[in-house]
Design a protein around this ligand. Sequence first.
Ligand code: IPE
Ligand code: IPE
Ligand code: MG
Length: 245
Amino acid sequence: MHRITREKLPHHIAVIMDGNGRWAKKNLLNRIMGHKKGAESVHLVVKTCRELGIQYLTLYAFSIENWQRPKNEIRALSSLLEEYLRLELQEMKETGIKLITIGDTDRLPKTVRDALSDAIEETSENSGMVLNLALSYGGRDEIVDAVKRILRDSKSTDIDENTITKDFFSNYLHTANIPDPDLLIRTSGEYRLSNFLLWQLAYTELYFIDVLWPDFSRDDLIKAITDYQQRERRFGLISDQLSEN
Ligand code: IPE
Ligand code: IPE
Ligand code: MG
């Protein structure tokens, strides 16, 4: 039995939901069925995080690089996302979840963009938990995009070398106003970031688990959080300095 302590709850959990394809293969199904089953894990994780009182949950649902996958898989992922949004909207409203996105969502099909903007608008007043979906997202792309926008703004406003601080720069990222993740979970036994939140993960605690995303359970999530709660986050300091304040 894993016990979560209320005091050291991560404010922001980010998840790289990986392993749908391998889960399907293992179960002699096609990859699409893996994504379908993966959507059930999304439901479970969102629900559990909300119940636990997590403030921000960011889910890596589709990367910029994923556009290179076979067309039929991209199409299936789009329909699943649209279906998920339509099905979950009521529950998001009832449980006070506010939906937002990061990434180049303009590249998504119109029907998905419509479902997204409906859900974003209808949940915009909620304050229970922020559910942030990373869609068509790439960390390096986000950084380059920030630089371009700073350059553009510098033509109309007073921006010089001294203006550009870490906080200033962070505000140009898609995650402006969202705190950095405290805990990153990646499923499926891969030990990489795959272009996810490169700037924001600077001091995040990393947790890798062998379980494939469709098999990820409530207990696996609780285990990840209790593991996080046992860690000492030093941010470059020494242990003794941390107990001083
Ligand atoms: C994660 O599962 C879902 C997305 C990337 C959209 P994968 O589809 O990457 O599954 P594997 O890695 O092939 O098993
Ligand atoms: C990362 O998974 C992207 C998402 C989970 C959406 P991938 O399966 O695309 O990552 P790689 O290709 O194995 O690095
Ligand atoms: Mg994968």
